[in-house]
Design a protein around this ligand. Structure first.
Ligand code: GLP
Length: 247
């Protein structure tokens, strides 16, 4: 595991974008596993800037997103499909046909989960998976549980997650209760993983994930077992890890 400590969110975003840049340059048809949430927005902004300056080419890039709210259409402005279009896809030359996100409108859960697992498989797996971190240690929408979910599954979101994500909706009642998410095995099979975290609100989750026991109660703790993980986090997010000198 490699840890890059940055001064603040801006520096975290630049460093994370640098790592994705290196992946795209070294393999122009790479399969990128992409994430949503507020944390990756700055990373995507840097990638867009480098595309606009002619330094990056997404024409052969394929992508798979971690998750999507169940019940939201791709044109709903709270959907992750919409997030990806507005924050990255519509600003770069990625072929929309090469981007993949679970279909939030599919009501046949088994069919959608197996379709999405097949999509990842057919792409030959993920070269670089970008991850944010939930305040309770979740990755994608893999919530704390008694066991690690392997493949794509439909999750009942926890109260904590619904509350945390309510800031993007006009009221708590509007936050979907369920989501489709890649499972832990899908994520762990990625050849490389890049976890980003910023701010004091992530310090405890990051500390538990990287220094605590490996347990499904803290889903991101499984990353301790991955052979190629980079953590890019700012001082505040790394504060407890530094305080306990555990890494
Ligand atoms: C959501 C997403 C996660 C993301 C998390 C943290 O629950 N499903 O992929 O990592 O939020 O979001 P933020 O970066 O806004 O703190």
């Amino acid at each position: 595991m490699r840890i890059y400590q940055t001064k603040d969110y801006q520096e975290m975003s630049r460093k994370a974008a640098n790592i994705i840049f290196a992946q795209i340059v070294s393999k122009p048809d790479a399969v990128l596993g992409l994430a949503t949430g507020s944390t990756p927005i700055g990373t995507y902004q840097n990638l867009v800037k480098w595309y606009q300056s002619g330094d990056l080419d997404f024409s052969q890039i394929r992508s798979v997103n971690l998750d999507e709210y169940k019940g939201l259409a791709a044109d709903n402005d709270q959907s992750y499909a919409y997030f990806m279009r507005t924050n990255l896809f519509s600003h770069v030359n990625i072929n929309p046909a090469n981007t993949n996100i679970p279909n939030g409108l599919e009501t046949d859960i088994e069919m959608e989960c197996s379709r999405y697992n097949n999509v990842i498989h057919a792409l030959g797996g993920i070269d670089l998976q970008l991850l944010g971190l939930g305040g309770n240690g979740h990755i994608g929408f893999n919530e704390p549980d008694d066991f690690f979910e392997k493949g794509t599954h439909c999750v009942k979101l926890t109260e904590d997650t619904i509350k945390a994500n309510a800031r993007f909706f006009s009221s708590m009642d509007e936050v979907p209760q369920y989501a489709y998410s890649m499972g832990i095995q899908n994520i762990m099979e990625a050849r490389k993983i890049l976890l980003i975290a910023s701010g004091a609100s992530k310090a405890e989750a990051l500390y538990k994930s990287l220094c605590g026991p490996i347990t499904p109660a803290v889903p991101a703790s499984i990353l301790q077992l991955h052979p190629h993980v980079s953590i890019v986090a700012d001082e505040e997010a790394l504060s407890l890890i530094r305080k306990h000198r555990c890494l």
